[in-house]
Design a protein around this ligand. Structure first.
Ligand code: GDP
Ligand code: MN
Length: 378
């Protein structure tokens, strides 16, 4: 996932890397207040998860709080590079003597972590893409810290100036990238100030989603972005994707779920969602999943397609029954349940009003029945 710039910069600061002082702002008033704290001179940047803002007019150098407020008013709500600007970053303005490009990225081809440095950075790094000689590249070994002296020796061999400052910055950058499970950690521009210090003026951080389980701060970030339904699905432990249609779908397995969606479409029905229970079927899971899907008024009916091996299908049936008691029986629910305890599950479900039980392996029949119940012909 892409981590917002201001949060990425907070993380860099914890590694002793210098970033501009700054505040997030969501209104012109907040931008003005932030600019006052910075004594007026500041940079107002659109906080969107894509680069190239400078060239698209999304980075404004301002000389006073009033100018910052005006810049904010112009940016907020505007479309920039395909993203609506909902918030801004108001930062201390810096006067770089030089602008470098520094990055750490996973090199999947070599199984290495690449450290990149270009002494001609700034906005035009893309134009250097074809010129490998302009970019210094060091292949670091994953899981091994790069000692400061190795970075320094590498920089010296490459003929870089400011090797002390750069060596410290790059070594810490590599450490930060490893700790955060970064796929990409890019600083462009990395500004060299008159006094020789380096400041990360911009930071693009993209982390590996497969490592989210050990990055609790990023997990919270991801959770904050979830819709109420996605959050409920996460709580229940099911895989859920919202779709636009009218039929609630629950399946035990991703393949079965996708096949069910295809069959619905063939019969002229439209799925309201994809939902895979995975292997952990329980009474509360099915109760929660059915309630969640029927909680949407656009859902006109539901198909539940389950195979139980280890899972007890009586638990599934009890969960469905409990949810329907809560939601009512006005909408048809077609259930195809096979496997462990199927007879007990069928017996329970057959007693329920407007629940249609299928005991056959062919899902098509269950789907066709649902279409007929809803008066839909393909
Ligand atoms: P991007 O275009 O989306 O990558 O956004 P950046 O944050 O990199 O900003 C674009 C350009 O604005 C940078 O390349 C810098 O040249 C310039 N810039 C950003 N922050 C500052 C600053 O504090 N002072 C000055 N003078 N220029 C800045
Ligand atoms: Mn940039």
């Amino acid at each position: 996932m892409i981590i917002p710039e201001h949060l990425a910069k907070q993380r860099l600061a914890a590694y002793g890397l210098r970033v501009p002082a700054g505040w997030k702002a969501a209104t012109p008033g907040e931008a003005e207040a932030a600019a006052k704290r910075l004594n007026g001179r500041c940079v107002v940047k659109a906080l969107i998860p894509i680069g190239g803002r400078g060239k698209a007019g999304g980075v404004k150098l301002c000389a006073s709080p009033a100018e910052a407020a005006a810049a904010a008013a112009g940016l907020l709500g505007a479309q920039l590079r395909g993203h609506v600007v909902n918030s801004l970053l108001v930062e201390e303005a810096m006067s770089p003597q030089e602008e470098y490009y520094a990055a750490v990225m996973v090199n999947q081809e070599l199984g290495a972590i690449d450290l990149l440095l270009s002494l001609s950075g700034g906005m035009d790094i893309e134009t250097l893409a074809g010129r490998e000689d302009a970019v210094l590249r060091l292949h670091a070994v994953p899981g091994r810290d790069l000692p400061l002296h190795e970075t320094r020796a590498w920089l010296a061999r490459a003929g870089a100036s400011h090797t002390e400052e750069l060596a410290f910055f790059l070594t810490a950058l590599l450490r930060a990238a490893a700790d955060m499970d970064a796929m990409l950690l890019e600083i462009n521009p990395l500004a060299l100030l008159k006094d020789g210090t380096l400041v990360a003026l911009d930071c693009k951080l993209e982390t590996d989603d497969n490592a989210l389980n050990r990055q609790s701060a990023f997990q919270d970030l991801r959770d904050a972005e979830l819709t109420p339904l996605e959050r409920e699905a996460k709580r229940l432990g099911v895989s859920f994707v919202p779709l636009e249609g009218e039929i609630g779908v629950i399946a035990s397995g991703a393949g079965l779920g996708m096949a069910t969606l295809d069959m619905l479409r063939q019969k002229g029905l439209t799925p309201a969602n994809f939902l895979d229970t995975g292997g952990g079927i329980s009474v509360p899971m099915l109760d929660g999943a059915v309630r969640m899907l029927l909680g949407e008024s656009r859902v006109r009916g539901m198909i539940i397609n389950l195979y139980g091996g280890i899972n007890r299908m009586l638990d599934a049936a009890q969960g469905i029954a409990s949810a329907l008691e809560h939601c009512g029986h006005d909408r048809p629910v077609v259930v195809k349940i096979l496997g462990n305890q199927q007879e007990e599950a069928w017996a329970l479900l057959e007693k329920l009003e407007n629940v249609h039980v299928f005991k056959d392996v062919q899902s098509e029949k269950a789907v066709a029945r649902l279409a007929a119940l809803l008066g839909v012909t393909a």
